[in-house]
Design a protein around this ligand. Structure first.
Ligand code: KG4
Ligand code: ZN
Length: 418
């Protein structure tokens, strides 16, 4: 591997880029050790475009691409700076190198201008490889990150490693700082639930995967985002719904404590049976004997309920909070049941959670409870590594180091499978 030896330990630094959706991310990770690699995140910069996409209630790909082009060089600089490997330089790019950059970024003139300025101002940092997400994701967005990665790889003469975004959500669990998970036992069942995907994956060992099931329509996060749009409460839906669901729960928990005080063994939710709006959403495909999901009907059920209410109710805090609680619970119920089934059927030793939806506190709590008495070990990363970030791309690249490619061979693959 193209890494340096420091005493007896091999140390390698990887610069990672992630632009598959609406976050512009650059990270520098350090890997030490050969057989049992340890990962250290030296920097992990994320520039979120939430404010831009808020008014659409979702991500607008061409707008997101433009934002990536605006943000990539500042985010890159900040990531290098935080990792303490950004050094000023006085040399300027020669004509030949400028020519190659012009070719790579021929349709991204703005990024080209910023990048040339960057190369003329800073030295090549001490890193060993460049990596970038090539899919799955929004194609125009993927290209922004890929073209930056190509430019860096060519200019600094560094290997370029293409990475799959879904696999990276799994490897986010290998981040050393938070990882008691260095020795993940296999087979593992991985649940990746994000804004674009919901998949149950059997991981037999590192880099050996089989997709057991996935959503047949909307992803879990997409369902939450669309629900938030119906309710008019903002974007992205998942975290907003989580806050409102928690408020509902806290409020009703205290009421339920009074209701159930004469019957302490009764579960809390029987106390809450006199809910104001009696919202009851379906749990799609819950009892089907497969590992697939379907969330689009759930969003439709939200819409039906919403439409039958008066304008006053639709806008009321109590209705919105109850709906947030119910939609979140419906998603959690389905994810837990299907994951548990897969874990039992495949005699999994570990359950690995990844993707933005698994940042959800309530989901984590309920997964922990559901798997408490079982022989599986449940692992999930610190929440900021569940949502999109480039550190997870860097870690994944380490495992694919030998698959580095020439920049000309790398292209976006919006529908790439793990
Ligand atoms: O993995 P991610 O950051 O990006 C994709 O690969 O799609 O996931 C984004 C999704 C969004 O749908 C967002 O609403 C959801 O994850 N999400 C959450 C939470 N944080 C983000 N869903 C529920 N609870 C959260 N705390
Ligand atoms: Zn993601």
């Amino acid at each position: 591997m193209g890494a340096r030896k420091n005493g007896k330990i091999t140390i390698m630094k990887i610069l990672a880029i992630e632009t598959s959706c609406d976050d512009t991310c650059v990270a520098i990770i350090e890997v030490s050790g050969d057989k049992n690699p340890c990962f250290r995140v030296l920097s992990n910069v994320i520039s979120s475009q939430v404010e831009i996409h808020k008014k659409w209630g979702g991500v607008y790909p061409s707008l997101a691409k433009r934002e990536h082009q605006n943000n990539l060089v500042p985010v890159l600089k900040e990531a290098l700076d935080r990792a303490k490997i950004l050094e000023k330089s006085k040399s300027v790019l020669n004509k030949k190198k400028t020519g190659v950059l012009e070719k790579i970024l021929e349709r991204e003139k703005f990024l080209l201008k910023k990048l040339i300025k960057f190369f003329n101002s800073y030295k090549k940092p001490i890193i060993d490889a460049i990596t970038v997400t090539i899919g799955p994701g929004l194609e125009p967005c993927l290209w922004a990150g890929i073209n930056l990665a190509k430019s860096l790889s060519v200019s600094w003469k560094l290997p370029l490693i293409p990475v799959n975004h879904i696999e990276a959500h799994i490897f986010a669990n290998w981040i050393e700082v938070f990882g008691k998970n260095k020795n993940v036992k296999f087979p593992a069942i991985c649940l990746v639930a994000s804004g674009g995907h919901t998949q149950l994956i059997l991981m037999k060992k590192i880099k050996s995967y089989e997709i057991l099931g996935e959503t047949r329509d909307d992803a879990a996060g997409e369902c939450l985002d669309k629900t938030a749009r119906i309710l008019g409460i903002g974007y992205p839906g998942g975290p907003i719904i989580a806050v409102k669901a928690e408020k509902f729960k806290t409020q009703h928990q205290s009421e339920a404590r009074c209701w159930t005080s004469s019957a302490p063994k009764q579960s809390f939710w029987c106390g809450a049976s006199n809910l104001k709006f009696q919202i009851k959403l379906p749990r799609p495909m819950l009892n089907q004997k497969n590992y697939d999901f379907s969330f689009s009907g759930l969003k439709t059920a939200v819409l039906y309920d919403f439409k039958k209410r008066s304008t006053k109710i639709r806008r009321s805090k109590s209705y919105i909070q109850e709906m947030c609680f119910e939609i979140q619970q419906a998603v959690i119920d389905v994810l837990i049941k299907k994951t548990k089934q897969a874990a039992k059927d495949y005699k999994a030793k570990t359950i690995i959670l990844g993707g933005g939806v698994t940042a959800n506190k309530e989901l984590r709590k309920q997964f922990a409870k559901a798997f408490l008495d079982e022989s599986f070990e449940l692992v999930f990363p610190e929440p900021s590594f569940s949502t999109d970030n480039a550190a997870m791309i860097g870690i994944t690249a380490y495992f694919h180091f030998s698959e580095a490619k020439n920049w000309k061979e790398i292209a976006a693959n919006a529908n790439q499978r793990i």
